[in-house]
Design a protein around this ligand. Structure first.
Ligand code: ZN
Ligand code: ZN
Length: 310
């Protein structure tokens, strides 16, 4: 079944598992200590926010399963183009705290400027969060550049603050799919996320199942075809290799057709939300290896173009 529900862990269990994974990373990469400290602070903020959202009520959405199934069949992610109301007052304080954490954790003044812009209303938190949910890289980039702020940092904080909401949203929509929606999800064979349209952060391979993990909402899905997730190249231009001979459990899929790469990592189980960021950070050497060879990760899929085509 290509769409794989990932059960949420409980806080103590999640934190135990996170600490264990961080310790293993630190053993081999002591230089990553500051990055891991920052990741811990951000992860705790995300987790606190997820708990608040879990206790609250999801907005009422008129997205019937039949309608979503029809969208997925056209290759359009479930929430693309839907006007989904965000709980802005709940998301804003953690958004500012994430800026603080980034400022203390190495992003310094750039993050402080961002915080001032968000707290002072130069950037409306609600607009940022909405643009992030609709994955509108152009709007966020333009907004940052216009105000002399870091586009990457603005994208990052928006994404972090919305991630628990969008994760809950995909669980609400896809958690127990039945009928048409279940079969549309089972046929979802694309590289972008069926819920939000983002590219995966990594592929987590559990028991031989190559499961793509959304970098934004943490959805998990398993394409049935073995090909480049970005351009579907499956010929000899698409290669999987382990850059480190001694770590065959961590590989790169690279594609000479579109120059894209995807990290894949063998794990005993899929990372529960929000621990996927740990899979990402524990494989940063793979990113380096891919980029050294001229591979990159493409920009966001053009979701507006997809909808127009549909
Ligand atoms: Zn997603
Ligand atoms: Zn490709």
């Amino acid at each position: 079944m290509p769409y794989v529900p990932v059960s949420p862990g409980f806080r103590p269990e999640l934190l135990r598992s996170a600490e264990q994974r961080w310790r293993i990373i630190l053993d081999t990469r002591p230089d990553l200590a500051p990055a891991l400290d920052l990741q811990r602070r951000l992860l705790l903020l995300v987790l606190d926010l997820a708990e608040v959202l879990d206790r609250g009520k999801m907005p009422r959405l008129s997205l019937p399963p039949k309608y979503l199934a029809a969208k997925l069949t056209r290759g359009v992610p479930a929430i693309a183009g839907e006007p989904i109301p965000l709980p802005v007052p709940i998301l804003t304080p953690p958004l500012l705290q994430m800026c603080d954490a980034l400022a203390a954790g190495g992003a310094g003044e750039a993050a402080m400027h961002l915080r001032e812009a968000l707290a002072g209303g130069a950037i409306e938190p609600g607009s940022l969060l909405t643009a992030s949910l609709s994955r509108d890289q152009n709007v966020i980039r333009a907004g940052a550049v216009h105000r002399g702020l870091s586009p990457d940092l603005l994208w990052l904080v928006g994404e972090l603050a919305v991630s628990p909401f969008v994760h809950l949203l995909q669980r609400t929509l896809f958690g127990q799919p039945a009928g048409d929606l279940a079969s549309a999800l089972a046929r979802w064979n694309r590289g972008h996320c069926p819920a939000c349209g983002s590219w995966p952060a990594v592929a987590e391979v559990v028991g031989g199942h190559r499961t793509l993990r959304c970098s934004f909402c943490s959805s998990a899905w398993e394409p049935t075809m073995y090909s480049c997730i970005y351009c579907e190249e499956s010929g000899e231009k698409f290669v999987t290799a382990a850059p480190n001979e001694e770590r065959k459990d961590r590989r790169l899929e690279v594609c000479a057709n579109c120059s894209g790469y995807l990290k894949t990592v063998d794990l005993p189980e899929l990372s529960p939300f929000p621990l996927l960021s740990i899979s990402d950070i524990e494989t940063t050497d793979l990113d380096m290896a891919a980029m050294e060879h001229g591979y990159g990760r493409p920009a966001m899929k053009d979701l507006k173009g997809l909808r127009a085509k549909g």
